[in-house]
Design a protein. Structure first.
Length: 266
């Protein structure tokens, strides 16, 4: 498996520094948070996109994906959501990234069945855009659809190879799902896996990998036993928890912890 980290852990850091951190700490790739407050987002032009690609290529680091904030199950008109997804696909295509991330975002204004249908309709339409750009859309296990069982209700309706799943191990755990159950639901659609660690269900402040309660070892074992050979991406949510320790000093030990889990699972 390849290892990456998300720029959510180093908010606002220049791309050159992000690439340096990845290379110097033994990571293979980076997930880019595509928000206007970050250096890389859909609003940057062709020259800036080319510069980003060059910086990553120079150090031999891959751009794993573009983490967007489109909410495919949210109530309202389809057009703005589809436009947001298309902009993310365009950015990912120009950066050479294989994936974009979208959220469910179903909310409380509709039933689960209505949210599923809304998400499936939009993702089905967006799948044609994804085919055009050669990029895969991944629905993250998050908010209204936090478990694999939740996500598969949508993905099963879409039934398109360019639409898949991003397994966030914290959210499936918070949803009461065991790693084997999550993998069994998601594996036909799985793009990559987001790992992290927290102190408890009540306190989701990010911790160094291995210092919390999430079943990371079990997740890695399930993936290894199944012969899955994709990406593990460390999403350290520093952006939302200002009191959390800075990520850069944790990257080396975090990579060592994941490597140890992979060795033990093998």
């Amino acid at each position: 498996m390849k290892l990456a980290f998300s720029t959510l852990g180093v908010p606002g850091l220049p791309v050159s520094d992000v690439v340096w951190l990845a290379a110097d700490n033994g990571f293979h790739g980076v997930e880019l948070r595509a928000h206007p407050e970050e250096p890389v987002h859909p609003g940057i032009g062709p020259a800036e996109r080319s510069e980003v690609v060059a910086l990553f290529q120079e150090r031999g680091i891959e751009i794993l994906g573009v983490a967007g904030y489109a909410r495919v199950a949210a109530p309202g008109d389809d057009a703005p959501v589809l436009a947001e997804i298309r902009a993310l696909l365009d950015l990912a295509h120009d950066l050479g990234a294989p994936y974009i991330r979208v959220f469910p975002g179903g909310g409380d204004e509709q039933t689960a069945e209505e949210a599923d249908a809304t998400a499936a309709r939009r993702l089905g339409t967006a799948a044609e855009y994804a085919t055009e750009y050669g990029v895969r859309i991944l629905l993250e296990t998050h908010d209204s659809h936090r478990t694999g069982a939740d996500a598969i209700r949508v993905l099963g309706q879409v039934g398109h190879g360019q639409v898949g799943a991003l397994w966030d191990v914290m959210h499936t755990w918070l949803g009461g799902e065991q790693p084997q159950e999550s993998y069994a639901a998601l594996f036909p659609h799985l793009g990559y896996v987001q790992v992290k660690d927290i102190g408890s269900a009540e306190d989701t402040t990010p911790l160094p990998l291995g210092a919390g309660v999430l079943p990371l070892g079990e997740c890695v074992e399930v993936l290894s036993r199944a012969g899955w050979d994709g990406w593990l991406c460390w999403e350290y949510e520093k952006r939302w928890y200002e009191s959390a320790p800075p990520l850069p000093p944790l990257l080396g030990p975090g990579r060592e912890h994941l490597t140890r889990l992979l060795t033990e699972a093998a």
